[in-house]
Write a protein that binds this ligand. Sequence first.
Ligand SMILES: Cc1ncc(COP(=O)(O)O)c(C=O)c1O
Length: 443
Amino acid sequence: MALRTAAAASVPPSSDALLGLFPSGTTTAPDGGLRIGGCHVTELAARHGTPALLVDEGALRDRAGRYADGLAARRPDSMVAFASKAFPCTAVYRLLAEEGLGVDVASGGELALALAAGTDPAKVVVHGNAKTESYLRAAVEAGAGLIVIDNFDDIDRLEHLMAETPGAGRREQAVLVRVTPDIRPDTHAAVATGQRGSKFGMLLPEAREAIARLRACSRLRLDGLHVHIGSQILDTEPFVRAVAAVAELGRFPVYDLGGGLGARYTYDDRPPAIEAYLDALTAAADALLPAGARVIIEPGRSLVAEAGVSLYRVVTVKRSGGETFVAVDGGMGDNLEVPLYGQRFEATVATRVRVPGEGAPGERCRVVGRHCESGDVLSAGVFLPDPRPGDLIAVPATGAYTYSLANNYNAARRPPVVFCRDGRSRPVVRRETYADLMRRDLP
Ligand SMILES: Cc1ncc(COP(=O)(O)O)c(C=O)c1O
């Protein structure tokens, strides 16, 4: 996944194609402004400020329903567990719990957020390649449904914990073994996790050893296997191979097949639809796994990315060295996906949603942030119609891994999260204040 150069700027093929990158239900108002969840961007900016992370609540519920109903229709004994690292915000946990989803957590913090949001502990799947004793203890004490064993230290620590905490009220803890199937999907190296040499999980021989050890543990109940081969995968075939790999390890009551389906960020991206992914995955499960086995999946990116939109205000337009820099009031403080993974994003002037050939000439632009690094780029090449300071810029498909990776570089205040639905907007996370930036400082 290479960082796009300005020379490879993409032109929206049509206004419809542009709108197609935004949450389902996004429309344009008669004045040419975007409406997200029925809310006009001008009003959203006036009420909540910029930058802001907008979430179309209806679109998010729709995607959650497609996942949950789609999997249940194909494998009745199943669960969709939201991979919450993609958007660990209590309002999102709450919404997805309402839609019947479970949760995958990868830290004590994510566990605390999930529980605070009312997630049923029995629907929590506990992950991590370096689980501390306090994290494991919190998971056991909360009654987490499944703990995923990543390594032999996990077994030792958990066994010890179960032995020394008879008062935890649990006779046994259900666990899965995370398998590294030696599959390298076509995605950025930083988010490939299933290959030999990955820090996650156990290769097949080690997994066999872990299975044998767990079978001998009196208070750890081995329910099955887990596999997760990476993120932003735009083809179903590697997922099918991963099912075949875990099937080699024997028959179990539970198989957690992880997440990883890619999201659509650009005009060129063609990720499989949720339904096509579920078809491929469950066909492989039907063919290769025991008929009655429970199937769990853990979508993150593909569940939340396309429900999110980042809204910025243009601060400066600079034409220099053959480039047009459109500098906005956010950047790598609220979206690290470009600098970290070379993720490509499109962008539009949110109040003049027109494309070349449809009334506005458009100019090739580099949308950059306000931070002190040249790598602080939001969109390395897009055509924008006559961008000016004060314009609103909308970047679609920013619902995944932006909130979680947001930071305070240049002492930037992290933006609010605003849910939009049926023409009403409500902040579910407020903008940070300067006082927040000093809150942890000691005299
Ligand atoms: C164990 C596990 N499950 C699920 C996911 C979610 O992946 P994605 O957001 O690509 O669906 C991840 C992400 O890295 C993960 O580590």
